[in-house]
Ligand binder design. Structure first.
Ligand code: FES
Ligand code: FES
Length: 190
């Protein structure tokens, strides 16, 4: 007798029906069943935030949530932030400010950052820091991430922190960074 469960959820606006074992993490369901590999598994114990996604508007560590708990939920992953291949303003700000190094943390960072901006379109620096406090970057590129978030404020605010051009050194580097903010980087060993 199978103990698998059939769940129905909406992922990035697309209705999905999945048959999953009761112990399958939402992260694995998204990556392995839905083909959405933006969210990353790094620590798998809720410490790093690399697996951050939105469930019914609430930011969660998807490595700690069971897929069956997302039955009926609206889930958004980093892939769901872009529209027809066009980066969201926040994703573009990360790219423009060179806030991406290896890219492994970026999908989770962007999801947490977007949640802050959704709550308050003009967050303070403290709110920005607090909002990203659950996301770890082993490349330690936090300042540029904070800049990117603040630059996504209303018109004119970006000037206040300066429009610094941190252009990637090569076209290949630019392409890799764009992929990282849109989908997460190519898989790398953690
Ligand atoms: S992989 Fe989920 S918090 Fe680290
Ligand atoms: S950019 Fe490398 S871990 Fe954050």
């Amino acid at each position: 007798m199978s103990d698998e469960h059939t769940i129905e959820l909406t992922v990035n606006g697309v209705a999905r029906t999945l048959t999953v074992p009761p112990n399958l993490a939402l992260l694995d369901a998204l990556r392995d069943r839905c083909g959405l590999t933006g969210a990353k598994e790094c620590c798998a114990v809720g410490e790093c935030g690399a697996c951050t996604v939105s469930v019914d508007g609430r930011i969660v560590n998807s490595c700690l949530m069971l897929a069956v708990e997302a039955d009926g939920a609206e889930v958004t992953t980093v892939e769901g932030l872009s529209t027809n291949g066009e980066l969201s303003p926040l994703q573009q700000a990360f790219l423009d400010r060179g806030a991406v190094q290896c890219g492994f943390c970026i999908p989770g960072m962007v999801m947490s950052a977007q949640a802050v901006l959704d709550r308050n379109p003009r967050p303070s620096t403290e709110e920005v820091r607090e909002g990203l406090s659950g996301n770890l970057c082993r490349c330690a590129g936090y300042n540029r991430m904070f800049e990117a978030m603040l630059a996504t404020e209303g018109p004119g605010e970006g000037e206040a922190i300066g429009h610094r051009a941190h252009a990637p050194a090569t076209d290949a580097a630019a392409g890799a960074q764009e992929d990282a903010v849109a989908h997460g980087p190519a898989e790398v060993s953690a």
